[in-house]
Structures are given as C-alpha cells and as structure tokens.
Design a protein around this ligand. Structure first.
Ligand SMILES: Nc1nc2c(ncn2[C@@H]2O[C@H](COP(=O)(O)OP(=O)(O)OP(=O)(O)O)[C@@H](O)[C@H]2O)c(=O)[nH]1
Ligand SMILES: [Mg+2]
Length: 666
C-alpha cells in the first residue's frame, strides 16, 4: 500500500474545507457532503469553526484511492493562523494549493506558494468555484503564471463557467496545443526529452509526455493546474487522478525497518484532558508500550495509538513509516518535537515570531488563577502563544499574530473554560541588542558582594540571529559544575529583560572570573551554609553582575519589521503613499502592472493592522496587502520601554532589597 500525506492550502475562503469534504465523499468515506455554511463538515469540527465558518486548526482525515492511502490535512487560510500551516508543511509529501476561480491569486496564495517552493513540496494547483458567477479560469491561469510560478500547465478545459452546470474536460491525447505546452515546459528540465524533440518531433507520444510530467511534478518542479467546483463536484475526478498519479505517493514499507523518527505537528487534549500528539512517521515502527525519545530531552511511553486510514483514526497496535497517528502517553510532548531520531531537516522549520503582545485580564478578578491555567493549556497546543507574567503589576501577557487570533482566543476561553476576559494594551514585541562591550566582576568575600560566590562576566555584541552565546574564559573545572550550571541557567533568564525591559539577544556572554568557598564545616559540626557557597549564591549574584556589564555595554531597542507588498488601483496610489509614510513604512520598489500599482517595502509590524484597516477606504476596497515578518530594525523615534516583570531589576540597591525580602532569586 502506498501512502501520501497531502496538505490542502489556500487563502481564506478559497474552499479548502469544502474540497476536503468533496474528496471524502468521492472516495466513499462519507455518504453525505457536509457544508461549511451549515457547520457540519468533517474537518471544521471545533464549535468555534462551525459558528464562524472558518478553519482555525489543521485537521487530518484519510481516504483510500486506487492503492494509495491519502492522509489529508485541511489547514486554515487566515494569516493569523499561519503558524498552523507552517507546522503542517514539515510533514507533507505533497500539496494541493487552492485558488478561487473568482477571486484569483491572492497575497496569501503567494506567501503559501513561496513556502511550498522553499521546502520543495510537490504541489498541484486547483482553481475552485468554477460554478460561481465571475469565475474566469483563463484569467486565473494568467495570474498563476505571472504571480505564482511560470512552471505550470493547465490539465483541463472548462465549459459553462459561472453556472451550476459548469463542467470540466481533461486534455487528452491528440490535443496539439496541450502537448506543445507540455513539451515546452518539460523539455526545459529533461535533456533526453529535449534531444528527442529536436531530433524527431513525432517521437514524443502522449504517454511519454504524461510520464515525464509525472516525474517532474513529483519532484515539485512543475505544477499541473486543475479546475473545478468543490460545491458541485465538477473536475473532482480529474483532480483525484492527479493526486494519485502526479504526487509522490510511495510504498514506505522498507523505511518501516529503520530507526523510529517522527515529527509532532499538532497537540490536542483528549476527553479526559490528556495530551494527544499528532505525529507523522518518517521512518521506523512505533509500537504500543514503546518508550520513545521526545524532542531533545525527555522520553515517554506510548499508551495508545490510533492511525489515520479509510476515514478517521482507528485504534492500532503500531504506526509505521509514512503514516500519521494520534499518540497517547507523552505528557511532555509539544508541537514541533521529534520522536526518536530527528526527522529530515525539512520537518524542522522556523516560524516568524508573533510580533504583538497583549495584556489579558479576567472580567472577574477572582478568576485570575483559572485564567492562568487555561492560557497555559492553550499555549501548550500553540507554542507561539507565549505567556508572560508581570509580577510587579500582577498581569498576564500573551503574544499574538493578529486581531482575529485574539478574538478566537477570547471565544475559546469563554466557551471551553467559561472565562470572560478583556484585552488591554496591544503592543509590539521588541528586542534589545548590546551596543558595545561591558564587563563586571564581584569577588567573593569582598564588600559589597553579599553572596558567597564570585562571578565576572563580559558581554559583547554577537551577529544578528545568533541569540545568546555563553562562553568560558575561566578554566574548566575551576568551578564545580553545579555552580557553573547555575550561572549558565541564570544568564538567559536574566537576559529575558534588558535595560529597556525587552529580551536581549545577539549577545555573547563570557564568564571571566569565578570564586567559591568549598563545602566546609566546623569540626564535627553539620554543613555550614554561612561558610560554603551554594548554587543559590550563584543564581543570586549572576543577574547583578550581568546587568552591571550590560549597563556598561548599553543596548538599543529593535522592533519587528514586515516586508510588505501592496497592490492598489493605479489611480489610488496618490492616496496610499502618504498613508504609508504616516505609518513609517519604507517603500523600496514601485512598479505598475496593468491597471495596478505595486509597492514593496518594509513596514513596522506595529503598523500592519492599521494599514490593513485603512486600505479599503484608500483603494475603493480593491487594495491587497501581503505582509510577513522580515527582520528587526532599530526603533525610530521614542524608544518603547516594557514594564519590568520580575526579579531582574536595573539597580543593585533595589535588587539587594528584594533578595533580602525573598522576592528575587531562589
Ligand atoms: N459556489 C461555490 N462555493 C464554494 C465552493 N467551494 C467553497 N465554497 C463556499 O466558499 C465558502 C468558503 O468555503 P470553505 O470550504 O470554508 O473555505 P476554506 O478555504 O476552508 O476557508 P478557511 O478554512 O476559513 O480559510 C463557503 O461559503 C463555501 O460554501 C465552490 O466550489 N463553489
Ligand atoms: Mg477551511
């Protein structure tokens, strides 16, 4: 049996969930087609998805076609949930990118296609909604060639477009223009084909071309385009044939013998509140009661398995290479973890970090504890919901992608946890980087050092993207390992808040000095803490020294910048450009494309939502904005300061007072 892990991706409302439903029906898994509008589809199963008619979480279903088990992952199209899509990208063998035949290629379609190409995921394109008024597949095909990729070929022709009777005919043998297009496209990357073509044109049979198309499509270098309607079923047969013949469905039995290697792309809570991990097996066989390494640290024992096949997931004893399973018994598991050996690098993917942060406040003050517990649980299912506690102001902060995600979290808290919340002060998440170098030393036994520890640290700027780099300039063994560990753990914790309260990054911290009193006691007496260093002394002293060094080095605050692409009707550009300037956007390129003006550049993440709101008014509702995180840039104008949230003060006196009160340290 062959398997194919297939993602359905598209911009919001293109018809992914409806197409999923249609494919399940065509494969005989369901007898009736559910509808997004009635809230009864297989994959939009969350109450919130059904109410809103949008997909929020990725969902897996499965069907068998010919001799291929297809595990289909329906993904959300809204950009606020892009993290769901990116996680799924790492486990796919192939994808169907859906484009609406009415709305055509959208900004989000381009974002998705770029990721699919970057990860070399073989992708078919499906122009959906040919039954709807306004459908224009030819225009969409041109849009695809111009804006997505030129390496495409239309596999079908459409008649009766824009009506319920719209139908689709596959291009077959004898269709000269189709074969000419195939020859052109395929010969570019196939020397043998090119030679035959040059040598004797008649030798390129339809079968030969179809085979070459399958080879190049499975390699992800050309993209066959299908058309149809998920609603009426037109064109679905052709698409299904394409899925099995043009994507790399493979017999992965041989890989089942290898070492266990899987990737977790989704975590949810089971009926009893237990964690359930969705994992795609890349190699090996995982059996019930097997112990498996989870991520780089822990391990867990698999207590139940259910494997996706012929419909939903069914209980199983084993899961093998190529399959997707739901796994129980891994309490520490998180999205993005590998199980066993780390899977091929493609499965490990970095997401643009969320760039917003908001304060969450329970409507009833008494619910604070409950809110913390609920958000912690949500954050487990979505590792990008970063929770942060502001101890001084006693507030909870949460990181976010956008406003729709915020609404969804609010509704989830209300429905699943019975909690009403308010969001206050949405701000951008900045970072700090050191400007120069700085050093500080506290010697053991020398006032004013109040701790039985000696620590010297130097900080230096490090390359962008390098994070926190800890180095040693003391001799290895000069400090007992438990003390060194205490310092190494405390450094990144302390750097969680720099001079302006933001996370300090791209910094090298070098330990230049150490000192400790060995474990000692008076004769015949017990261990005497007043004479012997403890790890706690090092944990308490390190922030003091590090912040001293950092103050000397100085830091600058950087804000997240998005790369944007703005398409507006040319006559509205005059109104759009001043708005961009007011929002501190930096246009880098500008050109016209037919009746459209295209502007590309950088814009502060903080301004993206505002720009999105202004756009319809500025462009008669026709402007399209695509934006994604690009880099950090030094804040222009007033430097934002984040309220300090913990035991990590700037000044020594305040810090020592807090240590004395037992607030700081351990
Ligand atoms: N006329 C017509 N309507 C369709 C077709 N496919 C989907 N729709 C409608 O388009 C709307 C969106 O469909 P969905 O299947 O939810 O789209 P989606 O891509 O899953 O949306 P998100 O998951 O929220 O991004 C619904 O109202 C569907 O009924 C189609 O082929 N023809
Ligand atoms: Mg959907």
């Amino acid at each position: 049996m062959h398997t194919l892990n297939l993602g359905i991706l598209a911009h919001v409302d293109a018809g992914k969930t409806t197409l999923t439903e249609r494919l399940l029906f065509a494969a005989g898994v369901i007898d009736e087609i559910g509808s997004v509008d009635d809230g009864n589809t297989q994959t939009d199963s969350l109450a919130l998805e059904r109410q809103r008619g949008i997909t929020i979480k990725s969902a897996v279903v499965s069907f068998v076609m010919d001799d291929v088990t297809v595990n289909l992952i329906d993904t959300p199209g809204h950009p606020d949930f892009i993290a769901e899509v990116e996680r799924v990208l790492g486990v796919l063998d192939g994808a169907v990118l859906v484009v609406s035949a009415v709305e055509g290629v959208q900004a989000q379609t381009r974002v998705l296609m770029r990721s699919l190409e970057r990860l070399e995921i073989p992708t078919l394109i499906f122009a959906n909604k040919i039954d709807r008024a306004g459908s224009d597949v030819q225009r969409v095909l041109r849009g695809i060639s111009d804006r997505l990729t030129p390496d495409v070929v239309a596999m079908t022709s459409v008649s009766g477009e824009g009506t319920r009777a719209a139908s689709v005919t596959p291009h077959g043998p004898g269709n000269a223009s189709f074969e000419a297009r195939l020859t052109d496209l395929l010969a570019e990357r196939d020397d043998a084909l090119l030679a035959d073509y040059v040598h004797d044109e008649s030798r390129l049979s339809h079968a030969r071309l179809t085979e070459a198309l399958a080879v190049q499509s499975r390699r992800g270098v050309v993209h066959p385009v299908f058309a149809g309607s998920a609603m009426t079923g037109a064109g679905i047969g052709q698409l299904m044939a394409g899925i099995t013949s043009l994507l790399p469905a493979a017999d992965r039995t041989a890989e089942a013998q290898g070492p266990v290697s899987a990737s977790v792309f989704k975590v949810e809570r089971g009926l009893a509140g237990e964690k359930v991990a969705y994992a795609r097996m890349f190699s090996g066989t995982l059996r019930l009661r097997d112990r498996v390494r989870v991520g780089t640290g822990g391990a867990g024992k698999v207590t139940a398995i259910s494997v996706f096949s012929r419909g939903g997931a069914t209980e199983a004893q084993t899961v093998v290479a190529g399959q997707i399973a739901r796994l129980w018994g891994l309490p520490g598991v998180q999205i993005g973890d590998s199980l066993g050996e780390p899977p091929p690098a493609k499965a490990l993917h970095h997401f643009a970090p969320p760039s917003l942060e908001t304060v969450v406040v329970p409507a009833r003050a008494a619910d604070k504890g409950l809110l913390h517990a609920a958000l912690t649980q949500l954050a487990e299912q979505d590792p990008l919901i970063n929770l942060r506690q502001d101890d001084l102001r006693s507030e909870l902060l949460m990181s976010l992608y956008g406003e729709v995600q915020k609404e969804v979290i609010e509704a989830t808290l209300a429905e699943e946890f019975g909690l009403a919340v308010e969001f206050r002060e949405t701000t951008t998440i900045c970072i700090e980087r050191p400007v120069g170098s700085g050093a500080a030393v506290e010697v053991i036994g020398q006032a004013p050092n109040p701790f039985l520890a000696g620590v010297g640290l130097r900080v230096d700027p490090a390359p962008a993207g390098s994070g926190v780099d800890f180095r040693l300039e003391i001799e290895l063994g000069a400090l007992p390992f438990s003390f060194l560990k205490a310092v190494m753990q405390t450094v990144p914790e302390t750097l969680g808040q720099g001079l302006y309260g933001w996370q300090v990054t791209d910094i090298a911290v070098t330990m230049t000095h150490s000192g400790y009193y060995p474990r000692q006691s008076h004769a015949h007496a017990h261990f005497d803490k007043s004479m012997s260093s403890t790890a706690g002394d090092f944990r308490n002293l390190t922030p003091l020294v590090l912040m001293d060094a950092l103050s000397q080095a100085g830091t600058r605050v950087y804000e997240p910048m998005h790369r944007f692409l703005l398409e507006v009707p040319a006559d509205t550009l005059g109104a759009a450009l001043p708005a961009l300037a007011r929002l501190l956007a930096i246009p880098l390129e500008q050109h016209t494309k037919g009746a459209l003006s295209v502007v590309e550049g950088h814009v502060p993440a903080a301004a993206v939502h505002r720009l999105q709101q202004l756009l319809p008014g500025l462009t008669r509702g026709e402007g399209v904005l695509e934006s994604a995180f690009d880099h950090y840039e030094q804040v222009r104008g007033e430097v934002p300061v984040r309220p300090r949230a913990d035991h990590n003060p700037l000044n020594r006196k305040e810090y020592l007072l807090r240590v004395a009160r037992g607030v700081a340290g351990f």
